[in-house]
Design a protein around this ligand. Structure first.
Ligand code: GDP
Ligand code: MG
Length: 169
């Protein structure tokens, strides 16, 4: 019997690196430029110790303004959520609060502080994010899609949480 893919929605403010992290994970590539308006779905397979090989579908959400509705529709498909902000912008950290409203409440979620390679320009302290995450029971990863730091670890952790949850429902 074919296993249903685990559906992950990648959400966060514009420009934080949602597409960069997704493409780093799926294709192990980094580009300087991604179309900020295109919402795209990727299929891949993730190897886990506990559950073996799992099919995963990732929705790289996009857009503000005109695309806002489109995005909330796609968010409703997610069974697990990767909340992304950039450590170089405090506004993108604050934005996660409102994004959470759109994500299914009982779905597994993890938080990514991306652009860790730009730490000289850091605007969000680790302590601040960790406090925010602890309150909500989310794990926190600092990533650099550019330098390939922690991106795989974050996605795999989320897939494992989602697989565990599915096993119990
Ligand atoms: P999205 O709107 O959230 O999908 O953001 P993008 O993935 O399009 O990235 C926005 C910009 O940030 C692009 O110019 C990327 O090259 C850049 N970017 C993404 N991730 C990183 C990163 O880890 N480090 C640095 N320095 N730049 C990044
Ligand atoms: Mg994008």
């Amino acid at each position: 019997m074919a296993v249903e893919p685990i559906k992950i929605a990648v959400i966060g403010d514009g420009g934080v690196g949602k597409s960069a992290c997704t493409i780093r994970f799926v294709k192990n590539q980094f580009h300087e430029q991604y179309d900020p308006t295109i919402e795209q779905t990727y299929s891949t397979t993730v190897e886990t110790e506990e559950f073996g090989s799992l099919p995963v579908e990732i929705i790289d959400t996009a857009g503000q303004d005109d695309y806002e509705n489109f995005r909330s529709v796609s968010i409703s498909y997610g069974q697990a959520f990767l909340l992304v902000f950039a450590i170089t912008s405090h506004k993108t950290f604050e934005k996660m609060e409102s994004m959470l409203v759109e994500a299914k409440e009982d779905a597994p979620k993890i938080v990514i502080g991306n652009k860790s390679d730009l730490s000289a320009d850091r605007k969000v302290s680790v302590a601040e994010v960790e406090a925010w995450c602890k309150e909500r029971g989310f794990k926190y990863f600092e990533t650099s899609a550019k330098n390939n730091i922690n991106v795989r670890e974050a996605f795999v952790d989320l897939v494992q949480q989602a697989a565990k949850k599915r096993q119990h429902t």
